[in-house]
Design a protein around this ligand. Structure first.
Ligand SMILES: Nc1nc2c(ncn2[C@@H]2O[C@H](COP(=O)(O)OP(=O)(O)OP(=O)(O)O)[C@@H](O)[C@H]2O)c(=O)[nH]1
Ligand SMILES: [Mg+2]
Length: 160
């Protein structure tokens, strides 16, 4: 069964539209946590690695979004490019605390942007508790038309 999470309408998108949002990023970045938080407004501290896909449906007034996460483990990254052509937006989630893997994250993001340079991009700098501006992540992309947002899916109020 298809479970749709509903949000109140936004005045900016009165007509019915459907968008496919592709959610990618290295394993452990927090993609499933973000999807879970969007759909339930609750953090989940125990979350299993995604071995294939994970999906969520949202409706914000007339805007309906299908969110598709493809797991970020090394073997699954080979499948990422297959989903680019159907995507309207790419949300790339980065673990901003795990500095040792930022370079890998950057390489993977650049490989995606090389295939689909005009795909709108949102970078989520995850695990940023209390930060208003993500620091030290500007090198991730030199695409001018992207949005970079700090996030932490409900972490401050997480229940173990
Ligand atoms: N401290 C902290 N931990 C987080 C945050 N978001 C996610 N985590 C933890 O990070 C780990 C990985 O989160 P997931 O959401 O499974 O990561 P993922 O990107 O879906 O990983 P794959 O499915 O393996 O590609 C889990 O233990 C989460 O509980 C956050 O904002 N802060
Ligand atoms: Mg996952």
């Amino acid at each position: 069964s298809r479970r749709i999470t509903e949000f109140p309408a936004l005045s900016c998108c009165p007509q019915a539209v459907w968008k496919q949002v592709l959610v990618l990023g290295l394993d452990g970045a927090g993609k499933s946590s973000v999807l879970h938080y969007i759909c339930s407004q609750k953090a989940r501290t125990r979350i299993s690695p995604t071995l294939g896909f994970n999906t969520a449906q949202l409706r914000v007034g007339g805007l309906e979004m299908d969110l598709l996460e493809v797991g970020g483990s090394y073997n699954l990254r080979a499948y990422w490019p297959l989903y680019l052509s159907d995507a309207h937006v790419l949300v790339f989630v980065v673990d901003s605390v795990d500095r040792s893997r930022l370079l890998t994250a950057r390489q993977e993001l650049h490989a995606l942007l090389a295939e689909e340079p005009r795909l709108p991009l949102v970078v989520l700098a995850n695990k940023q508790v209390g930060a208003s501006q993500p620091r030290g992540l500007s090198f991730l992309t030199n695409t001018p038309s992207h949005v970079m947002l700090p996030c932490s899916p409900g972490w401050s109020d997480a229940q173990p």
